[in-house]
Write a protein that binds this ligand. Sequence first.
Ligand SMILES: *Cc1c(COP(=O)(O)O)cnc(C)c1O
Length: 449
Amino acid sequence: MSNLEYIQRDLAVVWHPCTQMKDHETLPMIPIRRGEGIFLEDFEGKRYLDAISSWWVNLFGHANPRINAALRAQLDSLEHVMLAGFTHAPVIELSERLVKLAPHGLTRCFYADNGASAIEIALKMSFHYWRNCEQPKKTKFLTLENSYHGETLGALAVGNVALFKDTYAPLLMETLTAPSPAGTDRASGESLEAYAYRKFQALEIMLAAHADELAAVIVEPLVQGAAGMRMYPPIYLQWLRAACDKYQVHLIADEIAVGFGRTGTMFACEQAGIRPDLLCLSKGLTGGYLPLSVVMSTEQIYQAFYADYQKLSGFLHSHSYTGNALACRAALATLDIFESDNVIENNQVLSTAMRTSTAHLQDHPHVLEVRQQGMILAIELTKNKATRELYPWQERRGLRMYQYALQHGALLRPMGGVLYFMPPYVITPEQIQQLADIATGAIDAATQD
Ligand SMILES: *Cc1c(COP(=O)(O)O)cnc(C)c1O
């Protein structure tokens, strides 16, 4: 069957995520027949370099032989068993290894099967902790401008991207929103750190005023992904950690996108030397193979739920596929690769290649900024470099870059006027150079008029 036949069958029955389906009247979707390493291949043999890790999940390439082998072996012994009252080797081993890897003091692992569910769990755990500790007034959450935490109602409520959130506003709980340290109103001459501190001070005033009703502050450490890969310096997290301690508010770190090496360290929080009270992980956790997420908590939080059943203080949350054995096995195979291949260190060569291959774009008349944090590099367009004006969203410049890149064999999926690379770690420096060439062409094509 050809691409076209699959497209026609698809459009008759499938409703796609994050898509205005009418776009497909003019924008062909791409049926994928197979994946191999960094490449995806359609039904006519055309190959696409997957520069965004298939929505930020893939770490070691498609159809990775080592993860495949681990999954095949797991399939022959156990695919799944409910995790209430039962357990299995992969979930135990994975939890042991995550506790060793994560910031010291996160001793407990609670599983779900996607990022948004992990956020819901973290919110409920924090709220419920304060209730169990006889501080039932602490029910609110403080979030940052431009943050993203997923699409379910609780996660959407603590997120702050208008495109996803505004429509559903009447359904969402109220949250407090502090200015972001990765905002866009930095004064000329103001350092990144001075800017972040100014934004932190605004947050601290809110914390001080609302501490008695706040359960937690939730942040994406170092990179606000869905807002357009907006970045801020690690020291902000140190200030935030200290303030959360001072005002007795939990710190929830959403490392769903930035965990597992994306920012150059295994976890972004490491760069600030801090430990959140709750850490949410997903996406790269299984190497991009299977849906799995985990919320890691401190022993203190865990112990606040631990009591005789009659006290009814347990955390009675569940999902049918909690701790799925195949997903845990894929995660273990992924962690094996990190260990045996010295991935975090070797990635430095790749992040340097990303920087040098795109350095010339700083001078492009329609590039506002090229920013990077480890293995994430973003290029933001501007209509007018002098005034820093952005292109109106209605012009869909990002879509033009997307289409140009596909024609030239790369999967790049800009967010508005922000083009970014977030590739699997099996990419080579040569492929990074090809990608930078395609990105340059895409930017030229999208900013011609
Ligand atoms: C993707 C993402 C989520 C949501 O994860 P899903 O698996 O898509 O529900 C939450 N937080 C961040 C920072 C993300 O990037």
